[in-house]
Design a protein around this ligand. Structure first.
Ligand SMILES: Cc1cc2nc3c(=O)[nH]c(=O)nc-3n(C[C@H](O)[C@H](O)[C@H](O)COP(=O)(O)OP(=O)(O)OC[C@H]3O[C@@H](n4cnc5c(N)ncnc54)[C@H](O)[C@@H]3O)c2cc1C
Length: 265
């Protein structure tokens, strides 16, 4: 079946990190009045390469639904095709898009959430946070505890850092934990990989709530689709990190349905 393609026009482009060649893109879908998607979903972008071959790549939407607009966060991958084409796209140019796609979305009913990202894996998580804590709309977080553990090598690679810090300053149930694996001496925040901070959050939470760790498996008489958890993890980034965090949580007895993830490679 032929997929439905839309024309997305680039209306604004901001550099998030010169060191990483990471850009934030604002697109408008000219064919649509409204683009309906769920925060966490992605779009497929299409373009022809120098041999005339059609290339398609997935990019997570980095914004909450907003009319016919959507935003992306893309960094340059060395010798990659699409991630080098996009930063050079001039404002006013158009690109073909289809979507939305994907299931990396917040599970309902909404629960406590452990958000874990590295690099541009932050894109769908920014969409969650815009939706949960809109700057001029209703707070949808229902007072649930939400942790964001965001890992990068250097501070310049913590995209949207000020924005997340501002949300944390406004909402006491949102805990922003940026961590650097190659922090300079002057960095006063967290250090190391995301895994060690995820471990601390899980252990401290279990101790606070008086829960055993590893947590006991759910009642086997409950069908998997009916399982209800009081916390979910949402992990996005490159496979090595995603696999590491999944293994860690599984080791604590977390159920596979409690661990939602998106891998970029
Ligand atoms: C569901 C989904 C959502 C995604 N969302 C985003 C997003 O929001 N932002 C974003 O920047 N990327 C995202 N990606 C990755 C994106 O689809 C491309 O893979 C990436 O931009 C590289 O494409 P390219 O054409 O430049 O490289 P290619 O020409 O496809 O590959 C060039 C080389 O880079 C390696 N490579 C491929 N992807 C990556 C990567 N992500 N990091 C490091 N090396 C890589 C390949 O193995 C290959 O050796 C997403 C991927 C998926 C599956």
């Amino acid at each position: 079946m032929a997929r439905e393609l839309y024309t997305a026009r680039l209306v604004r482009k901001d550099c998030l990190s010169e060191a990483d060649h990471c850009f934030h893109f604002h697109f408008v879908l000219e064919d649509l009045e409204s683009f309906s998607f769920v925060p966490g979903q992605f779009v497929s972008l299409l373009a022809r390469d120098e041999n005339g071959k059609e290339q398609t790549r997935a990019y997570s939407i980095a914004s909450a639904p907003d009319g016919n607009r959507f935003e992306l966060c893309v960094n340059r991958v060395e010798s990659g095709f699409f991630s080098n084409l996009l930063p050079d796209l001039p404002v006013g140019a158009a690109i073909q898009v289809d979507g939305p796609h994907g299931y990396f979305t917040l599970r309902q009913p909404f629960t406590g959430s452990l958000l874990v990202a590295t690099g541009t894996g932050i894109a769908p998580i920014r969409a969650y946070l815009q939706w949960l804590f809109p700057p001029d709309g209703p707070n949808r977080s229902q007072g649930k505890e939400i942790w964001l553990v965001y890992g990068a090598r250097y501070e310049t690679s913590l995209y949207y850092h000020q924005e997340f810090a501002a949300i944390a300053a406004r909402h006491s149930n949102f805990h922003y934990l940026p961590t650097l694996s190659r922090a300079p001496q002057s960095w006063t925040g967290l250090r190391g990989y995301v895994q060690q901070h995820v471990a601390r959050i899980v252990e401290e939470r279990a101790a606070r709530l008086g829960l055993p760790l590893p947590q006991p498996p759910p009642d086997p008489s409950i069908p998997a689709r009916e399982l209800r958890f009081d916390i979910y993890a949402y992990i996005c980034g490159l496979n090595e990190m995603v696999a590491g965090v999944r293994a860690l949580l599984t080791g604590y007895g977390w159920h596979r349905k409690q661990i939602v993830f998106e891998r970029y490679d």
